[in-house]
Design a protein around this ligand. Structure first.
Ligand SMILES: *Cc1c(COP(=O)(O)O)cnc(C)c1O
Length: 395
């Protein structure tokens, strides 16, 4: 790899060197179990975990006791949805979610459907937006929870969480928000958002992999979730298992950095993203998915008609990009998100996601524009379908 350019920051972000530095002592000398409060080393580990809990909580404006550490967003999602399903059977078994959610949410609901849950999957419009009236209409007396993500991982489309929270509160149902793509990348404030439950993941904001958190709002009538993992009673009996101290410390450091830098960084990344979009939509028969909706500042999802994203990625192999979401790539299925927005299979297969991050530079964007322009031009020049399009015989 001569010059490898990483534009897949929605799949995962590189570890910030400052995060690694903060983690190192807990991987080496301070290795003690945070539950070993019988000795000083254990108490030091426990203190480091509580400091991280404060920083992660502060990043979203929550109280530290509302944060439960998990192995990542997937585990937080499973804990929340399975726990609510189990504990609210007295109220009902109906859930509402959206067709464009992450697979961690959709697959958990598919599992719960087998266990007797009834799930309503709300559609989105061509911009990737939900119809809030349709959401409100879908709520029934037996609806226990509404799960809608804050930012879509494939398109960056932002859902109006505060409006959704207002609706769920009006109907006395819970609101779970998968904020994994938003936390640490744009300002997220739980008070403004109004979610009852929310998940986040360290490796999506320059922290380590294998650590995340579930936020559970403390209310006068406590939210019942229960544990997914049983054992030593860690995390207030919500998540058993020896705490991943280095990982938690790392996510805490990543949260502290994000709190400081998020505002400037998201502005800088937006400028780079806008430059990328301006150049690439200058190519014929290309369009941005979700451009009519509010979006994350660092992501773009672009369709280049009549070229396969796979072929573009092969031709521009120095650039790490994604087609569809990383979790389902390797499969040949077109992106469920783009399909839900009304794209044809062919257009979905002709779509690329470019996601910028903290360590990208203007030079990266220049190289990317050059390589993609060349690759797409070359692929189209040798494509019979493109000739038909050029001749006006095809859209
Ligand atoms: C990455 C991601 C997840 C899964 O997070 P992990 O911590 O890797 O389990 C869930 N939801 C969204 C929106 C994501 O982007």
């Amino acid at each position: 790899m001569d010059r490898f350019i990483y534009l897949d920051n929605n799949a995962t972000t590189p570890l910030d060197p400052r995060v690694l530095e903060a983690m190192m002592p807990y991987l080496t000398t301070h290795f003690a179990n945070a539950s070993s409060v019988t000795h000083h080393a254990g108490r030091m580990a426990a203190t480091a975990v509580e400091r991280a809990r404060e920083t992660v909580a502060a990043l979203i404006g929550a109280a530290p006791r509302e944060i439960t550490f998990t192995s990542g967003a997937t585990e937080a999602i499973n804990t929340a949805l399975k726990g609510v399903f189990e504990h609210y059977q007295g109220k009902g078994r109906h859930f509402i979610t959206c067709l464009t959610e992450h697979k961690a949410v959709l697959d958990t609901f598919a599992y719960l459907e087998k266990k007797g849950a009834e799930v309503t999957y709300l559609p989105v419009d061509s911009a990737g937006m939900l119809d809030l009236d349709a959401l409100e209409t879908a709520i029934r007396p037996d609806t226990v929870l509404v799960a809608v993500m804050l930012a879509n991982n494939e398109t960056g489309v932002l859902h109006p969480a505060a409006d959704i929270a207002a609706i769920t509160q009006r109907h006395d149902t819970l609101f779970f928000c998968d904020a994994t793509q938003a936390v640490g990348r744009i300002p997220v404030d739980i008070a403004g958002l109004g979610a009852d439950l929310l998940c986040l993941s360290g490796h999506k904001f320059y922290g380590p992999k294998g650590v995340g958190a579930l936020y559970i709002k403390r209310r006068s009538k406590p939210i019942q979730t229960g544990a997914l993992l049983h054992g030593g009673g860690q995390e207030n009996r919500l998540r058993a298992g020896t705490l991943n101290v280095p990982g938690i410390v790392g996510m805490g450091k990543a949260a502290a950095i994000a709190a400081e830098e998020i505002q400037t960084e998201s502005g800088q990344l937006k400028a780079l993203r806008d430059k990328l979009e301006a150049a690439l939509t200058g190519l014929p028969a290309s369009f941005i998915n979700g451009s009519a909706a509010p979006r994350l500042p660092h992501v773009t999802n672009i369709t280049f008609r009549h070229v396969k994203a796979d072929q573009i990625m092969t031709a521009a192999r120095d650039i790490a990009m994604a087609s569809g979401s990383a979790c389902v790539s390797g499969t040949r299925d077109p992106s469920h998100v783009l399909k839900a927005m009304g794209l044809s299979d062919a257009d979905a297969h002709a779509s690329l996601r470019l996601s910028l991050g903290r360590f990208n530079t203007d030079a990266d964007v220049e190289v990317c524009i050059g390589q993609l322009t060349a690759a797409i031009g070359k692929l189209r020049a040798s494509s019979p379908i493109w000739q038909l399009h050029q001749a006006g015989l095809m859209d």
